[in-house]
Write a protein of this length. Structure first.
Length: 472
């Protein structure tokens, strides 16, 4: 037994050292994907037999393989029969979140990259370590996805979560937005318990500071008000079904959580149409996190089957955070009869489809790793499957995690495969336009210009597994 433990320790040390050493190597090589079918996520049809040249972390040339010259010193990747897509973005994650999700650069970042996620929007976490990760990843010193971070979430006077900034009034709302902007956050995240005056003051201050304001629709605010106040995205469909109800004021006077049947029985199609039209007019993006929503409202089903990904969950998730979430959900949140909750989940899918058909922009996000059994990287592919089930075409679903992310973030260098863009790419063994589930069939990844083969990606997964096994 002692020899086994020593062997495990050495394996962890060796694999982790190799992974970190690889992260420190500058991506100086020229890379050439030849004979690939390129799905550039602009909405154009797939382009067969293409060559894409990467140098200095950017796409420097692309075109028909017959017309593009491959530099003699390039590393050539034969991509015949394979499909090149932009790197994926998970637009709702939590990476370092107090004691709930302790800092560990050998689990979450590696799981993201191994699953083709090359960019994330961190929706709340410990600011200083997140800033360090953001900087190290950008410089190439650390392997991980490109990061956009909010830091502490604005919440009520007694926050429900770690990594939060308590807001008791309008003055707090303005001050905290100013402080976070000065501290280097990329955007402001709003939570559910913020009081009305604090919310509107924070929204106004964010507008004055020129910083994006996004997150939940707080319990004391209506979805229409949030949209009109300039909130750029609404997460988890918060406030949406209340805003579609004929008894919205009554629903808002009660704590959020139970009562899904009341939401459905009072659903008013005319109010829903008006709210969706307002979202479209104000360009209020939606990040429905359907995989988390389904898992939350039907948590008995979520937790019933064996978990094949449990080997990637560190002890803090398995033994503290997820059991706490499960207990709280079962005791005070998902207490309606299971039939009502199943009907509500189906209604969420219909709502996403209705908003999408109306032109409301949609983003793919998961709420990993705070959600029970919501895993970095893996769960984004599940989310894409659910967005397709909600009515998005395969191309539209792919764009929810690629092009749309770049547009939302205002980053002209990401989201599509075009000359001059960052080299964040995923090579697939099967066509995602035939089935979005094919995004799981990853052959290789380019993140920030660095090429990772299938063997490299398997090494990252092995590192994360060993790190999780020895975590405390």
């Amino acid at each position: 037994m002692k020899m086994r433990n020593i062997g495990l320790f050495l394996a962890v040390a060796i694999v982790a050292a190799v992974a970190l050493l690889a992260a420190a190597v500058p991506p100086g090589e020229i890379l050439a994907f030849v004979h690939a079918t390129v799905i550039d996520a602009t909405g154009s049809p797939a382009q067969p037999d293409m060559t894409v040249i990467v140098e200095d972390r950017h796409i420097v040339e692309m075109g028909a393989s017959a017309s593009v010259s491959v530099p003699k010193n390039a590393r050539v990747v034969d991509a015949r029969g394979k499909f090149l897509i932009p790197g994926l973005w998970d637009m709702h994650v939590h990476e370092i979140f107090g004691a709930w999700i302790p800092e560990d650069e050998k689990v979450i970042p590696l799981l993201f990259v191994a699953n083709g996620i090359t960019g994330v929007r961190d929706m709340g976490g410990d600011l200083e370590p997140l800033k360090k990760w953001r900087s190290r990843i950008a410089s190439g010193d650390m392997l991980g996805p490109r990061m956009m971070i909010a830091g502490p979430m604005l919440d009520g006077p007694t926050p429900a979560f770690p990594s939060s900034a308590p807001v008791k009034d309008a003055a707090d709302g303005r001050r905290i937005v100013q402080e976070l902007k000065a501290d280097g956050v990329d955007f402001i995240k709003i939570q559910s318990l913020v009081p009305r005056d604090g919310y509107f003051a924070a929204a106004d201050e964010a507008k004055k500071q020129g910083i994006v304001f996004a997150g939940h629709v707080p319990d004391a605010v209506r979805a229409a008000e949030a949209s009109s106040a300039g909130q750029k995205s609404i997460e988890h469909l918060t406030g949406v079904f209340e805003g579609c109800s004929s008894v919205e004021a009554e629903l808002m006077s009660k704590p959020r959580g139970p009562g899904r049947g009341r939401f459905l029985s009072t659903y008013d199609p005319a109010k829903a149409k008006a709210l969706i039209a307002l979202f479209l007019k104000n360009r209020t993006w939606q990040v429905p996190t359907l995989y988390w929503e389904q898992g939350e409202w039907l948590i008995e089903q979520t937790n019933a089957a064996p978990d094949p990904l449990a080997k990637y969950a560190p002890a803090a998730w398995r033994e503290r955070t997820w059991p706490m979430f499960t207990r709280d959900i079962l005791q005070s949140w998902s207490t309606d009869p299971v039939g009502e909750r199943e009907a509500f989940v189906r209604a969420e899918f219909r709502m996403v489809g209705e908003m999408h058909r109306a032109g409301v922009p949609i983003l793919a996000g998961t709420d990993t790793a705070a959600g029970v059994r919501v895993y970095p990287g893996f769960s984004l592919h599940s989310e894409l499957g659910l967005l397709a089930r909600a009515g998005l075409s395969a191309m539209e679903t792919l764009q929810a995690a690629t092009r749309n992310a770049g547009v939302y973030l205002g980053l002209a260098d990401t989201g599509t495969i075009e000359k001059g863009k960052r080299a964040d790419l995923v090579l697939l063994d099967a066509n995602p336009l035939d089935s979005i589930s094919n995004t799981r069939k990853i052959r290789s990844v380019v993140v920030n210009g660095r090429y990772l083969s299938r063997a490299d990606l398997d090494g990252l997964l092995h590192t994360a597994e060993l790190e999780a096994a020895t975590s405390k």
